[in-house]
Design a protein around this ligand. Structure first.
Ligand SMILES: Cc1cc2nc3c(=O)[nH]c(=O)nc-3n(C[C@H](O)[C@H](O)[C@H](O)COP(=O)(O)OP(=O)(O)OC[C@H]3O[C@@H](n4cnc5c(N)ncnc54)[C@H](O)[C@@H]3O)c2cc1C
Length: 452
């Protein structure tokens, strides 16, 4: 595939720009927020430090929850041009189970897999179609304001020599896992709660599958079990990525491990990925070399505080909106983009946005965070996993719970029990997802204090 022409956006860099809503970061969270805000008739500027298409380290798996959001945005016909997945095929402890995506809830009964190079570029184009202006290849590097409100955001070109100032009413911060811009505003990520570290790569495969494949109970060191899982997700023929060599069907292959401060992995992820690929290469028909292996951190389960100020809100990974058990976050990124757009008429987001996030995701994130922290200890994992993987019914219910395929509107028994368990876990959590505890210093950056 030839190198695509890079998209720099619809707006030219100028010294003084204005926007009713400035969105920093054009991944799924930012592009979704920009599309929803522009649909409501707002003047939106969406910026990203990368020109598009750009690679993003990810497993590229889209759950039914993500597809429901893409459908809401009006992109389901486009999604259907890509591979469809029927559910999860889980392997471990000498057994395997096919777990179809759950029936009867509020989400579609299928998923998909699309490279982030392709998905994110399509979302940026969609935001433009909805009326958002875009400026790609510029960094948000600073803020000016007073009394805690952002008045303008400073943008710089990659070389740092061209500087622009954007006067804003509201800023949506969608700058991903490390969220440097969010940190400048006071965001804090609490890594003493569980977090993830994952490595993805691409490979060719002899025959395309239509299930997400996950392997638990991978070997680690000295007879221990790897505290995470390996995956192989089907990508179809091209994958929409110009750096991939060869021809034939592609898969995204990777490993994810769980960690917490003081419980880090005993090595980098590359040896674990190599070992996993060696183990499944023949049985899954993987062929050729491992391409574009890259790793990144995952902020799990809302373990972030100071997620909003008077006229700014964090969304997506920046707010720690990643499923604590599976590590998927594209769905939450798309959702939080839509939810934040609903709050844009408010005068002050400092209290309303953390509470909205806590209401939407707090119970499930608190419960799954606790479960992941316990489950991925080798002894617990082996004892529980060996029993669970034999039970199709238990695993089906488990998939619905851990993949959070439960909607507030769902009223069936497992949905009710999950909500009850979530409320209990949230009540017991020492650190409530998204909420700022008295020990977190809510530091208003100097640039936002009164300047006279
Ligand atoms: C290895 C791995 C595998 C994963 N697999 C899956 C999976 O299979 N399914 C799933 O649902 N999730 C998966 N995830 C999680 C998923 O990738 C994230 O949850 C998702 O990308 C979050 O989207 P976002 O829009 O919040 O952030 P991002 O997609 O990270 O987008 C942030 C954007 O902000 C831009 N940016 C950053 N700083 C600035 C700045 N100062 N100025 C301008 N622009 C800026 C960046 O260039 C980037 O484009 C995986 C993550 C990893 C690491």
């Amino acid at each position: 595939m030839a190198k695509p022409k890079l998209h720099q956006g619809t707006e030219a860099m100028g010294r003084h720009l204005t926007a009713d809503v400035l969105v920093v970061g054009a991944g799924p969270a930012g592009a979704s927020a920009a599309a929803w805000a522009a649909r409501d008739g707002r003047d939106v500027l969406l910026i990203d430090m990368a020109p598009f298409p750009r690679d993003k380290t990810c497993g590229d798996g889209l759950t039914p929850r993500a597809l429901a959001e893409l459908d809401r945005l009006g992109l389901s016909d486009w999604v259907r041009e890509h591979p469809v997945t029927h559910g999860l095929h889980a392997f471990g402890w000498g057994h395997d189970q096919r777990l179809p995506w759950p029936d009867g809830g509020s989400f579609p009964k299928y998923g998909s897999v699309i490279t982030r190079a392709e998905l994110d570029h399509r979302l940026v184009r969609h935001a433009e179609d909805c009326g958002a202006r875009t400026l790609l290849g510029v960094h948000a590097t600073g803020v000016r304001g007073d009394s805690g409100r952002i008045a303008s955001v400073e943008l710089r070109s990659p070389t740092g020599d061209s500087v622009a100032e954007v006067s804003v009413r509201t800023v949506l911060v969608a700058d991903g896992v490390r969220s440097k811009f969010g940190t400048l505003l006071g965001r804090r990520w609490h890594r003493d709660s569980v977090y993830g570290t994952a490595m993805r790569a691409f490979m060719r495969v002899e025959q395309q599958h239509d299930w997400l494949i996950a392997h638990l109970a991978l070997p680690y060191s000295e007879g221990e079990t790897f505290p995470g899982y390996g995956w192989v997700f089907p990508l179809g023929e091209s994958g929409g990525h110009h750096q991939l060599k060869g021809s034939g069907p592609l898969v995204n292959v990777g490993v994810m491990a769980y960690a917490a401060k003081g419980h880090e992995l005993n090595s980098g992820l590359r040896p674990h990925l190599d070992r996993y690929v060696a183990e499944v290469r023949d049985s899954l028909g993987l062929s050729g070399e491992i391409m574009l292996a890259k790793s990144a951190l995952l902020p799990l389960g809302g373990a972030v505080s100071n997620v909003a100020g008077q006229n700014w809100m964090l969304i997506g990974d920046a707010a720690g909106c990643v499923n604590p058990f599976t590590g998927e976050g594209i769905d939450y990124a798309l959702e939080t983009g839509r939810l934040a757009a609903e709050h844009l008429d408010e005068h002050d987001h400092s209290a309303t946005w953390p509470h909205r996030l806590n209401y939407e995701y707090g119970p499930m994130f608190a419960a799954t965070r606790r479960f992941a922290r316990g489950f991925f200890k080798p002894k617990v994992m082996n004892g529980f996993g060996q029993t669970a993987i034999r039970s199709q019914r238990g695993m089906n219910t488990g998939l619905r719970l851990i993949a959070n395929l439960i909607d507030p509107a769902d009223k069936d028994l497992s949905a009710r029990l999950a909500k009850l368990g979530g409320a209990f876990a949230q009540h017991r959590a020492t650190r409530k997802p998204f909420l700022t505890s008295p020990t977190d210093i809510a530091n208003t950056p100097e640039a936002l204090c009164n300047q006279n």
